[in-house]
Ligand binder design. Structure first.
Ligand code: TR5
Length: 133
């Protein structure tokens, strides 16, 4: 029987240790490991990438542990819009809005995704090439 059927009617609470999901980003969300957080609100946080690929390299993630853009559902439309707005706000704060920047989300194996928690890379401070590798 599917969990959602078996658990129907039970309180839909999550244990504190699973809030934010089981990835390293979940650990950052729960404050279990440090991160250089540059922005946060009720729905999202943004922190510097540990292995920056540009002078500015910030990751914007939802607090809800959605695995990737492909796993976002119709109910997440407003959240997705919010996350893109946070990307633009972070870029402005980092001083790269005028010079330009790139927002990237990698999805799955061929997309090069290494952390299974939806995230947008905000990259700037240098000229970007195209096409991406
Ligand atoms: O490859 P995708 O698109 O999934 O991007 C994952 C990004 O997470 C990479 O750019 C990594 O450098 C970054 N990353 C991985 C870890 C990490 C991080 N950024 C900040 N802090 C991190 N911690 C503490 N641990 C990681 N394993």
């Amino acid at each position: 029987m599917a969990d959602e059927v078996r658990n129907a009617g039970e309180p839909q609470t999550r244990e504190p240790q699973t809030q934010g999901g089981g990835t390293v980003f979940g650990m950052i969300l729960r404050g279990e490991i440090p991160a250089d957080i540059v922005y946060e609100d009720d729905l999202s946080i943004a922190f510097r990438d540990i292995a920056p690929q540009a002078d500015v390299h910030v990751l914007v993630i939802p607090r809800e542990p959605i695995r990737s853009l492909s796993h976002a559902a119709a109910e997440h439309q407003a959240l997705l819009g919010h996350l893109l707005g946070v990307c633009a706000a972070v870029a402005a704060r980092e001083g790269i809005a005028e010079s330009g920047y790139r927002v990237v989300t990698n999805i799955g194996r061929d997309g090069g995704q290494s952390v299974d928690h939806l995230h947008f890379h905000v990259l700037g401070g240098r000229s970007m090439s195209w096409p991406p590798g």
